[in-house]
Ligand binder design. Structure first.
Ligand SMILES: O=C[C@H](O)COP(=O)(O)O
Length: 256
């Protein structure tokens, strides 16, 4: 029976700008032989150029559905003269299920702000895909005690949206790729805050998944998944190695 992904733990591997045809095939091929993980929604987010390859490769799954996730999408909804852009409709056409929006690396290197993220979310929803909004404070914001203010501002892109499904990844910027993980208390506090914010913005019948991201690995995953309101993980570096990624998936499967 198809599981309800809004009740599962999500483990999504964000490959960022990594991968090659042959390596991708090898990794997905191994993932296909994982035993059944009925508590976990597994996703892979390769660079755009490899989305179709990954989507086709994950069609032949043995026990688990594996979701294809895009790392970004165009803010332009309609096809046309936007050189270099890929629309949400095209993503859907090649089999994408979930689209990451507003990763902090998009803000850092491409100066992407709330208005653009809002357009992207709307485009993704319009074609029936799931947006996964990434939020998180900088080190300076945390040190100044403004982490919730920063995250609340980022979450405000959801205001008034016509959807009942909210997927968010809380990724403190200072924990991404640094080996520094937020403490259990910091994660619990922020995940509770994100739940509360979404409920106050959008009403009580929302489906919500809040993933933690930032240096998640095979050693710390079980502890992170034990934190209340942690509905999964957005995994960067550790998702490129089969053993680490599957250990994280196993930890999600075993979590309460
Ligand atoms: O999208 C994933 C996050 O940026 C976390 O990356 P990381 O696991 O390499 O720290």
């Amino acid at each position: 029976m198809e599981q309800n992904i809004w009740q599962q733990k999500w483990v999504i591997g964000n490959w960022k700008m990594n991968g090659q045809l042959q390596d991708n095939n090898a990794l997905v091929h191994k993932l296909r032989s994982l035993p059944e993980h009925n508590n976990v929604c597994i996703g892979i987010s390769p660079p755009t150029v490899y989305l179709l390859q990954v989507h086709q490769a994950v069609q032949i799954v043995l026990k688990n559905k594996i979701f294809t996730c895009a790392q970004d999408v165009s803010r332009f909804a309609e096809k046309g003269a936007y050189t270099g852009e890929v629309s949400a409709e095209m993503m859907k056409d090649v089999g994408v299920d979930i689209v990451l929006i507003g990763h902090s690396e998009r803000s850092l290197y491409f100066n992407e702000k709330n208005d653009v993220q809002r357009q992207k979310i709307e485009n993704v929803l319009k074609v029936g895909l799931i947006p996964l909004l990434c939020v998180g404070e900088s080190l300076k914001e945390r040190e100044d005690g403004r982490e919730k203010e920063a995250v609340a501002y980022q979450l405000s892109v959801f205001k008034g949206l016509k959807t009942q499904n909210f997927a968010v990844a809380y990724e403190p910027v200072w924990a991404i790729g640094t080996g520094k993980v937020a403490t259990k208390e910091q994660i619990a506090d922020m995940h509770q805050f994100i739940y509360d914010e979404i409920l106050s913005l959008c009403g009580n019948d929302a489906n919500i998944r809040v993933l933690y991201g930032g240096s998640v690995n095979d050693k710390n995953a079980a502890e992170i998944f034990s934190v209340p309101h942690v509905d999964g993980a957005l995994v960067g570096g550790a998702s490129l190695k089969y053993d680490s990624f599957t250990a994280i998936i196993n930890a999600a499967q075993s979590a309460e």
